[in-house]
Design a protein around this ligand. Structure first.
Ligand code: MTE
Ligand code: HPA
Ligand code: MOS
Length: 775
């Protein structure tokens, strides 16, 4: 039994020994050159000319290319409007406008400052407020409406209105954007990229170079983290390297430095959301009106989809009987913001969690009671504001069990006492939830394909469109295939992702990498398994004999598949008790000239969403979870720490509980970093100043919760997904929000007159400034 087991991550040994190969670890090949994109020193304006004469004279510099060298200089997943290199109009500070080619990275870094840009600077839009004032929008969503929010608000006994603001977030993957392009015969290009989306990388490279898709192969062995940052934004860098490979007929390596990566690539979308909520004396939400504004940055990228997901997740875990939700993506002069773990979901859910914290403060109640009151029900109050009914809703169970297991009430009492003692420190406690919709909201992306090859010695190779970025998708697919064949998991290898083996793939994103690709791999494996069972059946009844009688064509009607048990490297015919080893059977299949390879295509059934009416079933199912965080603020310095976090999640039947525990833990810490310490600073010109670990603060091991408990409930009901598992990648990111609401809760103890109001991230400065208001 491989499913549900904690077999180690397929790269665990390589990652700790240094054996894992990332892009820049690939050996240099003959004549290989290095590529450096150079960004413009202005956030808005017109690029008049670029002076490269001096740079080209510098030692080790071979060439420089600009926008006009591309066959096609624009790309974009949804709207193809973003230049690979600036042509004329500048979108953001440090936007790539030139690529320098050299014999070494050192040579390039020395020559970079010799490049001179002639720019006519224009005023830049550097905030959501400015973009709203100028009505500078990339996208306006069709509103989501359920019930009659207007009259519900009019009739509501209590109302609160205000705004909620959260900042962006740097992905901080350890491997920056990286790729190597190799020129092949007949003008073909082979590109090795650190990309979550090899098919799009193939597509953007082909278009940029004037090639057809079949002339470009994109290969992804693994990424040193992606977190959404390499879903769309790996592609333009691949196009730059490929251009050099095409023009110079030499392998071209482009691996960004951390600083360049942070300055040039997009981040999580900051949001500013306005709302009006109506509720009764108990805190039951009667109506919600909200307008969401996302900072898309300079170009569209995936912003419209991200805004949609924010609108889908503004309910959090709570039933909204009457709601009217509007959404806009602002165009500003920042790097083009992009996918980041949660994909807008966190920005939507955090809004309602913040609102609930405010309702509790207003009614002088415990926020957990407000959450329990509003939580989606099992059989009633279980339809979302976009009309999807929750089936097997585990949220009420999760809240109840966490309240009990974490000793919420006892700890609340202790915090009440602690905060009354005037120690200069205040503590807070808060529970938040995640109800994350699993599926790409663009239905066509919910498909995948898999290729399974069983070799003569019984070992297996499987290839899918899934890319490994540390999340363990390879290990899960390995388990699914090993389980199907009943072979030990080391006998199955998941191969590097390549557009040559798997075509038209979707990005490994939306947490559905193992759902989609695992399902396709299962389907392909089952086909082979059935053929082998048929062969064994024929061997047993004597219709198949080596070299005398070949196995007849497969006829599954004549076969009771359940009679054959593939287990522990053996195939047992249960009725007769006879068995044959897996390797023996595979060898016989080969000698019988039976195919030991299979390809399968999978699509997620049951998805349908009417965009015009904002109604339907965009998601296959929901991954649910709850977390309680206890925090402490030093009221003199504003510094805070997480004393304890307890997480309880419903992951169905996890394929690999150990990997999932890693996902939950990592996502929570990444989430709490977003809402506490990770702040992006720009100067007045719009240049990012926090572009290295010295100025941008991700959580370190000391920042993780002092006490950190992660558990799962048992749930065997998720028949919608492979082996009844549930996706895990993004959903627990949203639980980090509980740290922010706990900080808000702590402030309540100091603020007797007003409802605490803070932005995210709740940095020490943000908390101190709020505390000042109470003096
Ligand atoms: N875990 C690690 N270690 N590294 C990553 O880059 N990306 C996250 C999540 N977990 C990521 C990760 C994101 S944004 C997504 S969408 C999923 O993994 C993608 O993989 P999956 O669909 O296979 O879960
Ligand atoms: N989630 C994540 N990535 C995506 C999505 C989505 O819904 N749609 C397109 N890319
Ligand atoms: Mo994840 S943001 O869907 O790559």
């Amino acid at each position: 039994m491989s499913i549900g087991q904690n077999i180690p991550h397929d790269s665990s040994r390589g990652h700790v020994t240094g054996g894992s190969v990332f892009i820049d670890d690939r050996a240099l090949t003959q004549k290989e050159v290095f590529v450096l994109p150079v960004g413009v020193p202005a956030a808005a304006g017109l690029l008049k000319s670029i002076e490269t004469k001096e740079a080209l004279k510098a030692p080790g510099i071979l060439a420089a290319f600009t926008a006009k060298d591309f066959h096609h200089n624009h790309w974009g997943t949804i709207i193809p409007e973003q230049p690979v290199l600036v042509e004329n109009k500048i979108g953001y500070y440090d936007e790539p406008a030139l690529i320098l080619v050299g014999t070494s990275m050192d040579a390039l870094l020395r020559a970079k400052s010799l490049v001179k840009f002639d720019i006519e600077k224009h005023p830049a839009i550097l905030s959501i407020d400015e973009a709203i004032a100028k009505k500078n929008f990339i996208y306006k969503a069709n509103p989501f409406a359920c019930g009659d929010a207007h009259s519900a608000l009019q009739k509501a006994p209590h109302k609160l209105s205000g705004s909620f603001e959260c900042g962006g977030q740097e992905h901080f993957y350890l491997e920056s954007q990286a790729c190597i392009a190799y020129p092949m015969e007949d003008g073909q290009i082979e590109i090795h990229s650190s990309s979550q989306h090899p098919s799009e990388t193939q597509h953007v490279v082909a278009e940029a170079l004037g090639l057809s898709l079949h002339e470009v192969v994109c290969i992804v062995k693994r990424m040193g983290g992606g977190f959404g940052g390499k879903e769309s934004q790996a592609a333009p860098f691949a196009a730059m390297a490929a251009l050099v490979a095409q023009k110079m007929q030499r392998p071209a390596r482009l691996c960004l430095s951390k600083d360049d990566d942070m300055m040039m690539t997009g981040k999580r979308h900051p949001f500013k959301n306005f709302y009006e909520v109506g509720f009764d004396d108990d805190g039951r939400i009667l109506g919600l009106k909200a307008q969401l504004y996302a900072d898309g940055g300079a170009y569209a990228d995936l912003s419209s989809s991200i805004l949609d997901r924010a609108m889908f997740h503004i309910d959090g875990a709570y039933f909204l009987p009457h709601a009217h939700i509007e959404g806009y993506v602002c165009r500003t002069n920042f790097h083009s913001n992009t996918a980041f773990r949660g994909f807008g979901g966190p920005q939507g859910t955090m809004t309602i969690e913040s609102i609930i914290e405010d309702i509790a403060a207003y009614l002088k109640k415990d926020a957990l009671d407000i959450r329990l009151l509003n939580c989606y029900g099992k059989n009633q109050n279980n339809v979302t504001h976009y009309g999807q009914t929750l089936t097997h809703n585990t949220l009420p169970d999760l809240f109840a069990q966490l309240k009990n297991d974490s000793e919420y009430l006892r700890r609340r009492q202790e915090i009440d006492i602690f905060n009354s003692q005037g120690t200069g420190k205040i503590r807070g406690l808060s529970v938040t939830a995640t109800k994350f919709g699993i599926a790409f909201t663009a239905r066509f992306l919910n498909q995948g394909n898999a290729l399974v090859n069983v070799h003569k010695d019984g070992t297996v190779q499987v290839s899918t469109g899934a890319t490994e970025m540390g999340q363990g998708v390879n290990t899960k697919i390995q388990q699914i295939v090993a389980h199907t064949f009943g072979v030990p998991s080391p006998d199955v290898k998941v191969m590097a992702t390549s557009t040559e083996k798997n075509h038209n793939t979707s990005p490994t994103a939306a947490s559905s990498g193992s759902d989609i690709n695992g399902s396709a791999a299962l389907q392909a494996s089952l086909e082979i398994k059935n053929r082998l069972a048929w062969l064994y059946h024929n061997i047993l009844i004597g219709t198949t004999m080596n070299d005398i009688a070949e196995c007849p064509p497969v006829d599954l009607n004549q076969l009771n598949l359940a009679d054959f048990h593939f287990h522990d490297g053996n195939v047992v015919h249960l009725p007769s008790g006879q068995n044959i080893s897996w390797t023996e059977l595979v060898k016989k299949a080969y000698l019988n000239r039976m195919s030991l390879g299979e390809y399968a295509h999978f699509k997620t059934e049951g998805l349908g969403f009417d965009k015009a009416r904002s109604l339907g079933t965009p998601f296959n199912y929901f991954t649910n979870g709850v977390a309680v965080s206890e925090v402490e603020i030093d009221t003199w310095t504003g510094e805070s720490k997480v004393l304890q976090a307890d997480i309880l999640m419903d992951l169905g039947r996890p394929l690999n509980p150990g990997i999932d525990r890693g996902q939950v833990t990592g996502a929570f810490v990444q989430g709490m970093g977003w809402v506490t310490s990770e702040k992006l600073f720009y100067n007045k010109e719009g240049k990012l100043l926090s572009h290295s670990p010295t100025t941008y603060k991700i959580p370190s091991i000391q920042d993780t919760p002092r006490v950190f408990n992660v558990s799962f409930i048992e749930n065997n009901e998720n028949h919608q997904n492979v082996h009844r598992s549930k996706a895990v990648g993004e959903p627990p990111f949203l639980l980090g929000i509980s740290v922010w609401t706990a900080l808000k809760n702590a402030l309540r103890y100091k603020s007797t007159q007003r409802i605490p109001h803070i932005k995210s991230p709740a940095t020490p400065e943000e908390l101190l400034m709020e505390l000042k208001q109470y003096e």
